[in-house]
Design a protein around this ligand. Structure first.
Ligand code: ATP
Ligand code: AMO
Length: 481
């Protein structure tokens, strides 16, 4: 089918075209005249169906009463409209219909109007209540229940174009640096990130767990001498919390790499990776970004120049918060409001929305995390969870978008950390034994990180809910559609 999109206001006038499109709306103006709007992807065009010697009044009536969202084949001539088109989402030209066939007829009563899906979701707690210009604003639940129609909204198209774009930017940057794309198992014999938020499934006569992270496998691949690996894969977490930023199934962008001298080699690569993604979104996806941001507003981000990403130690972050009047202990984890506040402080001081917090307290990181050199030197002390670790989180405007660390690559020390961690795990258990053994046969020092794909998309576009960045989101209350 021919596309009717045209760049100029006069190009194509008089052309005969044939195309397939969806009917956005149709109305009978009089016995002799109907108006329709056709849509292909993000483009719409007005159509005039006027009775003439070649076109019967019956045909005009038929065209004007086609249910919205039906698919039609159209034969038409391109014309300049009598009055200029005001809408920005509709083409400057119109078409005069000569023939029209219904390919697939939509039901007359739709459970959700696409026009309603094109508005922002209402604020939380005001679902299906607010009115905007005399129309109710349809709540998130209704939209997700009818996601096939909801996804037809133009900004939803843009959201998933951008989501695919983030994956492409992630992969192209890493492919160019010799990372191998891998797929690790999602059915596991033991939880991969500690036991708290894992889905248990029955696996014949045994129990299995859905992967909360490719963590153990990406490390085992480093032990298998794969040097640099990345994965774009599904992650499952039994987060029974129903927040606007947690999904029970999401896409993780993960990577792991061996380094030579210092894990900051990896941190530097990760900084470059994130800047490649954000700058790539800015240059390649500005149209999509603007479209979504015209609905969900977010101030553009202040990105640092290459090589100038603010990298603060956790201790320095705590100091900045304390100086700002926050009561917080040196080794306390940051609450969400603390993180937001620190984001604002960093922006003020360094002029960047994007920054790295390095050297997190050992006690609040997973068992596989490498303690810092000073912490290791003093390790025999009574408290094996004191001190800092070679781990980091990446933040955008106070929101965590990536977590990572150097990992322990010595089997004996790993076993010890597993037992002495604040949430101990058994290194000899059936599900973890192979992971621990992987480090008995020679493994280079390595570090990596994991990015939540939907979190990045949500943040970049100012979406009020992470579910909007998932095609068919899963949360504690939703397994369908
Ligand atoms: P991760 O799994 O990396 O830890 P996350 O971003 O969900 O991912 P958490 O460690 O769960 O991180 O918590 C990070 C921040 O999110 C913390 O500041 C915490 O206060 C906040 N948070 C976590 N769970 C919830 C929740 N159920 N409701 C509100 N805030 C939460
Ligand atoms: P972490 O648990 O921090 O790290 O997860 C990595 C990133 O995933 C995103 N994320 C989520 N997104 C949507 N819904 C959720 N429920 C959710 N939970 C987390 C966040 C987070 O930064 N193994 C480590 C990574 C590593 O060290 O390489 C890990 O899984 O953006």
């Amino acid at each position: 089918a021919q596309r009717y999109s045209s760049q100029s206001e006069t190009e194509g006038v008089g052309a005969q075209i044939v195309f397939r499109a969806a009917v956005e709306n149709a109305r009978n103006q009089s016995a002799k005249l109907s108006f329709l709007v056709f849509r292909q992807g993000a483009d719409s065009i007005q159509a005039v169906v006027a009775a003439s010697e070649k076109l019967s009044r019956q045909m005009v009536k038929f065209a004007g009463s086609i249910p919205a969202e039906s698919i039609v084949d159209v034969h038409a001539e391109v014309q300049r409209p009598r009055e200029p088109v005001k809408s920005t989402s509709i083409q400057h030209l119109e078409v005069h219909v000569q023939k029209l066939y219904i390919v697939s007829k939509a039901e007359a009563q739709l459970p959700l109007q696409v026009a309603d899906a094109e508005r922002p979701i209402p604020e939380e707690g005001k679902e299906d209540q607010q009115e905007d210009e005399g129309r109710p604003i349809v709540g998130l639940a209704t939209r997700l229940n009818n996601r096939v129609i909801d996804l037809r909204a133009r900004h939803n198209d843009a959201i998933f174009e951008i989501k695919a774009g983030v994956v492409q930017l992630f992969q192209e940057f890493l492919f160019a640096r010799n990372f191998r794309l891998v797929q690790t198992p999602k059915l596991l014999g033991a939880p991969s990130e500690g036991g708290a938020s894992v889905f248990e499934v029955s696996y014949f006569d045994k129990k299995a767990y859905l992967a909360q992270s490719p963590q153990l496998y990406k490390q085992m691949l480093i032990a298998a001498r794969k040097e640099r690996v990345m994965e774009v894969g599904t992650i499952f977490r039994a987060e029974n919390s129903n927040t606007a930023r947690h999904l029970t199934e999401f896409i993780g962008l993960d990577l792991e790499m061996a380094f030579k001298e210092d894990y900051h080699e990896v941190v530097t690569l990760l900084e470059e990776l994130m800047l490649h993604i954000f700058n790539g979104l800015r240059t390649r996806y500005s149209k999509e970004t603007d479209l979504v941001r015209s609905i969900y507003h977010v101030e553009d981000f202040k990105l640092p120049a290459a090589g100038a990403v603010p990298r603060l130690s956790f201790a320095e972050g705590i100091r900045m918060l304390k100086d700002d009047g926050v009561e917080i202990g040196e080794f306390d984890d940051l609450s969400t409001p603390d993180e937001k506040r620190l984001g604002a402080l960093v922006l003020k001081k360094y002029g960047s929305d994007f920054y790295v917090l390095d050297q997190y307290p050992l006690a609040i990181r997973p068992f596989y995390t490498m303690p810092s050199a000073a912490t290791q030197a003093a390790y025999d002390a009574k408290d094996p969870n004191a001190g800092y670790s070679n781990s980091y989180d990446f933040f955008m405007r106070g929101q965590e978008i990536m977590s990572g660390a150097q990992r322990i690559h010595d089997a004996a020390f790993l076993e010890r950390r597993m037992k002495e961690h604040v949430a101990p795990v058994d290194p000899q258990s059936e599900g973890l034994r192979d992971y621990v053994n992987a480090f008995r046969y020679g493994c280079p020092p390595h570090a990596g990180g994991g990015i939540g794909l939907e979190r990045i998309v949500m943040l970049w576009l100012g979406l009020p809910n992470v579910r909007l960045a998932s095609l068919f989101p899963r949360d504690p209350g939703r397994l369908m559609p």
